[in-house]
Design a protein around this ligand. Structure first.
Ligand code: ZN
Length: 76
């Protein structure tokens, strides 16, 4: 019984650390997004894209894209 309790505690601690890691990663990714500026969203055609080094997302429709060869946007 005591061992089971310890295992549960460890699992909870592990999950807490894992969540914190995900949250800090997500925050970092958001900070890296900048306004794309002049490319219309391939999904809703509004000029409302944010981009980072490899991905873009539309602030209007929420669609996310990945940059492929030559800077073309591909739906994710
Ligand atoms: Zn859009």
């Amino acid at each position: 019984m005591k061992e089971l309790f310890i295992e549960q505690q460890e699992e909870l601690e592990y999950r807490g650390a894992h969540d914190a890691m995900i949250h800090s990663y997500a925050r970092k990714a958001v900070e890296e997004y900048i306004e794309e500026g002049d490319t219309p969203c391939p999904n809703c055609h509004k000029v409302s894209l944010l981009r980072n080094e490899s991905h873009a997302k539309c602030t209007e429709c929420g669609q996310e894209f990945v940059y492929v060869d030559g800077g073309a946007l591909r739906f994710m």
